[in-house]
Design a protein around this ligand. Structure first.
Ligand code: ZN
Length: 243
């Protein structure tokens, strides 16, 4: 398991494109066109060329900065969307070509990987026609790759103690955690999350996009437990990660 290699590309904010060890591509929380942190090459439909073939789209919750481009990307690529049941039904009603709704605690095999839907302490709504629409519970995901190694993608969340159960059940070695504060946990709580999860690497996300998201990777670095590497991306940057 120590030699599992994946690629990750950060599109800014909470949006990542992952490539599994066997080359499957997974887009998480697609916010591209109006994402101020997303590089220009991805905008105005540039994502179509950048992404190429797409195998799976994961959506953690319904806020527009996580779901805005899920539908156009799904329609263009035909990739199935995995999210909580309510979001999948909502996206299907708007023409998503393939959805596979689930709920917390469940695992499904899809696109060559195993996806487990995990808890998140947050909210999940969208605005439609001037109304706030509820879109079920927010969540996170554990993605178990073909060879058994797994990563934890927290989505937007506060720190919660049951991260210890994610550690016991799924043993992720790498976590994608929000650190911006205000809408999610900040660096101090994210550092504690690293301890609860037992990960050796953390990729910080959901910071810097707006003024109120004040947490920084530099601050996180001073707080994480010994032995935890903070893997910092620039928007648009692609890195190889060893799990
Ligand atoms: Zn949110």
């Amino acid at each position: 398991m120590a030699s599992t290699r994946i690629f990750a590309t950060w599109l800014g904010h909470g949006t990542f494109l992952l490539q599994s060890p066997e080359g499957r591509t997974i887009l998480i929380d697609p916010w591209i066109e109006t994402n101020p942190a997303c590089p220009a090459a991805w905008k105005n439909g540039g994502w179509q060329k950048q992404i190429g073939k797409l195998d799976l789209i994961l959506v953690t919750h319904g806020h527009s900065d996580h779901i805005a481009d899920a539908l156009p990307v799904a329609k263009a690529t035909g990739a199935p969307i995995v999210s909580v049941y309510e979001i999948c039904s909502w996206l299907a009603s708007k023409g998503a070509p393939a959805v596979s709704g689930m709920n917390k605690g469940g695992t499904q095999a899809i696109a060559g990987v195993h996806v487990t839907h995990t808890h998140a302490d947050h909210s999940s709504t969208c605005e439609e026609g001037g109304q706030i629409v509820a879109l079920g519970e927010p969540g996170g995901f554990v993605i178990r790759f073909e060879d058994g190694a797994s990563v934890y993608f927290a989505g937007d969340t506060a720190l919660f103690g049951d991260m210890t159960l994610i550690r016991e059940l799924h043993e992720p070695t790498l976590a994608f955690l929000p650190i911006g504060d205000h809408f999610t946990m900040g660096p101090k709580a994210a550092a504690k999350a690293c301890a609860l999860l037992g990960v050796t690497q953390v990729v910080p996300m959901h910071y810097g996009t707006f003024q109120v998201l004040t947490g920084t990777p530099a601050e996180l670095r001073t707080l994480v437990p010994a032995g935890v590497a903070v893997v910092e991306f620039k928007p648009g940057e692609k890195k190889e990660l060893t799990l």
